[in-house]
Design a binder for this molecule. Structure first.
Ligand code: COA
Length: 352
């Protein structure tokens, strides 16, 4: 049976480092609070007006393609995962396709937030297994710093997120001893609004639990006038919203479940695992999951300390760094696990 394998991997993070001390100048927070609750020391921010989600994604993609030894002509399909696209539409897939100079092939955008890369990997894997495509470029990238609330009001969210991109080239292989062994995707929309980017948007207040549509203008026209409003601007409801403790609780339950699902469905245990790459949501979440599953330190890769939470980019950036450092080697059993807004959660088991 055909399998898909990661033939090349690359990542890109912007040069600008923003430390916790830099954020202290903008809001009521402290280096101690941020490090103690999240493990984050610094994060990278894209260069305004010069970089975007798609340009960072393209840089990571070029590295992945070079390492996979493929050219534009070899790529059959592009999948781009992000929650911070350059445009509301069209998606970053076509922008990356244009920037790479590839014409005519399909480009799909994935909107599954922190689980986006693993969802994208699963989609790519099915296309390759079915024989539809042989070589797929999968990218996860984010430009969070363009839209965070850097006042004290937004501090629980803005200290966590950073910018960056990661990419892989997936290729078909007939070798049963390598590649993606399985992927596992889940979602539960019950708490969709607990971690969200509410505005601008077309929701028109329909999903709100309260009956007060406080983001909408009193002089709203008969048609339209709900996507962006004057009240959204004055309420600053265009910045991400997060109920941190609720997200934390759900994450520490779902991460272990989905990791064990990947292992047990392949007849394996945590003992067989060589490397766990958890989505870099919060170092405390990763540590909690690691201790629940009794996985030793050398088998878990974390880099949130340097980059913050880069959402769809976090897993490919971490996987790329782990591979570059020689911590992921040929034949290793690697588990990728993600959790995020939606809520969505997912895992993938790979033989490197
Ligand atoms: N600096 C200082 N104080 C802050 C702060 C910041 N950046 N952010 C929030 N606080 C304050 C709160 O206002 C609150 O103050 P109060 O007690 O006076 O009301 C206090 O710290 C505790 O807030 P709480 O939200 O309960 O903190 P917490 O211990 O849950 O930690 C998170 C907050 C966000 C770090 C934590 O909930 C978390 O990591 N959640 C998961 C987030 C995540 O992973 N998101 C991405 C998912 S993909």
């Amino acid at each position: 049976m055909k399998r898909s394998k990661i033939a090349g991997i690359g990542h890109y993070v912007p040069e600008k480092r923003v430390t916790n001390h830099d954020l202290v100048k903008l809001m009521d927070t402290s280096d101690e609070w941020i490090q103690e609750r999240t493990g984050i020391v610094e994060r990278r921010y894209a260069e305004k007006h010069k970089e975007t989600t798609s340009t960072m994604g393209t840089k990571a993609a070029r590295i992945a393609m070079e390492r996979a030894g493929v050219t534009n002509d070899d790529i059959d399909f592009i999948i781009f995962a992000t929650l911070s696209p350059d445009y509301y539409f069209p998606g970053c897939g076509v922008l990356t396709q244009r920037e790479l100079g590839i014409k005519g092939i399909g480009a799909l955008d994935i909107r599954n937030q922190c689980s986006g890369f693993v969802y994208g990997l699963s989609v790519a894997d099915q296309f390759i297994k079915s024989g539809m495509y042989k070589t797929i470029l999968l990218i996860g990238a984010e430009y969070h710093s363009c839209g965070l609330d850097y006042t004290t009001r937004g501090r629980n969210v803005s200290v966590i997120f950073g910018d960056g991109a990661g990419a892989v080239v997936l290729k078909a292989t007939e070798n049963e001893n390598e590649g993606v062994l399985s992927t596992h995707l889940h979602a539960d929309g019950t708490d969709a609004e607990k971690l969200m980017y509410e505005n601008p948007g077309c929701h028109g207040g329909v999903h709100k639990k309260e009956d007060k549509l406080y983001d909408f203008d009193d002089d709203e026209p008969e048609f339209g006038g709900i996507f962006t409003t004057k009240k959204m601007m004055s309420n600053k409801s265009y910045a991400p919203y997060m109920e941190g403790p609720a997200v934390f609780k759900f994450a520490v339950k779902k991460f272990p479940e989905v990791i064990m699902e990947a292992l047990t469905s392949n007849g394996m245990t945590t003992e067989d695992l060589d490397m766990l790459i958890p989505h870099q949501a919060n170092l405390r979440i990763s540590q909690f999951v690691q201790s629940m599953l009794k996985i030793p330190d050398e088998k878990v890769y974390n880099n949130i300390q340097k980059y913050g939470n880069t959402t769809a980019a976090s897993i490919p950036i971490a996987l790329c760094e782990a591979w570059e450092a020689g911590k992921v080697k040929d034949g290793d059993l690697v588990c990728l696990a993600a959790f995020g807004s939606g809520f969505t959660w997912a895992s993938a088991l790979l033989r490197w």
